[in-house]
Design a protein around this ligand. Structure first.
Ligand code: ADP
Length: 309
């Protein structure tokens, strides 16, 4: 009798252990792993919703939370980019007005040449007009590309093109600031795994900051370079500005950290950029340059396993 009771107790215990151990604990462990991944910023983390009990409900709630967070983050990235473009708008308007004024001049002048039968000069003016129109088209096309909502996927992106596209938008701002831009993109370190528009947003943020940093400096140089480092492609942007104090260096990637006056800085550019680069599987850091200035480094995975082309 005692043996039968004992055996059935052991049997029940075994069933409970198997159920709790295999089922409940397994599900909680999986949910915990998803929670940690999401807390770590991985918004593509799988959340397995199994069962119609409390654990299933918790998993469902976590999935809704993850989706809402992903939407909010995408909206924030978009808002941050539009804010950066907004800061540039005066420079861009100037950049478009200048060729328009030149086009007007060449058209009027061309009319006079035409009356005088000087067809050779007329042709010269028409060529100038067509070049200037192309310049305006480029600026508008870069603006439209940058303003649109970016895709989520990663693909092969050419760093040379990214930097070139951003410089088209910044040309007016660079000229107004009087900065000299030096480009040193290594052909063996230019193809990376990223999203084109998002990477342009990062480079625009960092370059905008570099321009702000050199504006009051006597020497106004910004060096944009790329190189292979430990199997990653490194894009560095170094300026000859006042640099970043060791205390501030800890905070520059924090949301809402800004040393700019109200209306000039939101303090979101670098924190958004940091997360974009992290989403690409890369990393972003900043160092002070001995003798002054700051150097931002953006490390990205090469698009072609290791070589970076
Ligand atoms: P914002 O430009 O709106 O202030 P960011 O997140 O882009 O926001 O930058 C945060 C802060 O980091 C800036 O206010 C500035 O203090 C500092 N910073 C960023 N880039 C540089 C730089 N190149 N040189 C010096 N300080 C910088």
């Amino acid at each position: 009798m005692l043996a039968t009771v004992g055996a059935s107790l052991v049997f029940t215990g075994l069933i409970v252990w198997l159920y709790v151990g295999r089922n409940m604990v397994g599900r909680i462990t999986r949910l915990d792993a998803s929670m940690r991944a999401i807390a770590d910023g991985d918004l593509d983390a799988e959340v397995p919703v199994e069962g119609a009990d409390e654990i299933g409900d918790m998993a469902g709630a976590l999935r809704t939370f993850r989706d809402k967070l992903a939407t909010t983050q995408a909206e924030l990235v978009q808002a941050g980019k539009l804010a950066a473009l907004g800061q540039l708008s005066a420079g861009i308007a100037h950049e478009i007005n200048q060729p328009l004024a030149a086009i007007r001049h060449y058209a009027r002048n061309g009319g006079k040449f035409l009356e005088q039968g000087r067809t050779h000069e007329v042709r010269g003016n028409l060529t100038k007009i067509s070049e200037l129109t192309e310049r305006v088209r480029q600026i508008v096309s870069r603006l439209r590309a940058m303003a649109r909502k970016p895709g989520k996927g990663l693909n092969e992106v050419d760093l040379g093109k990214v930097v070139g596209n951003v410089l088209v938008l910044l040309e007016g701002a660079v000229r107004d600031c009087g900065a000299e831009i030096k480009l040193d993109i290594d052909t063996r370190a230019r193809l990376v795994l990223a999203g084109q528009v998002r990477l342009e947003q990062v480079v625009l943020n960092v370059l905008n900051n570099a321009l702000d940093a050199v504006r009051e400096a006597t020497q106004k140089t910004i060096v944009i370079a790329s190189a292979m480092r430990e199997g990653m492609v490194e894009l560095s942007i170094a300026d000859s500005g006042s640099g970043i104090s060791p205390g501030a260096r800890e905070q520059v990637f924090d949301p809402f950290f800004t040393t700019k006056e109200v209306g000039k800085g939101l303090g979101l550019g670098l924190s958004i950029s940091y997360n974009i680069v992290k989403d690409f599987g890369g990393a972003m850091t900043v160092d002070s340059i001995p003798g002054g200035g700051a150097m931002f480094r953006i490390r990205l995975k090469p698009a072609t396993g290791g070589a970076g082309r």
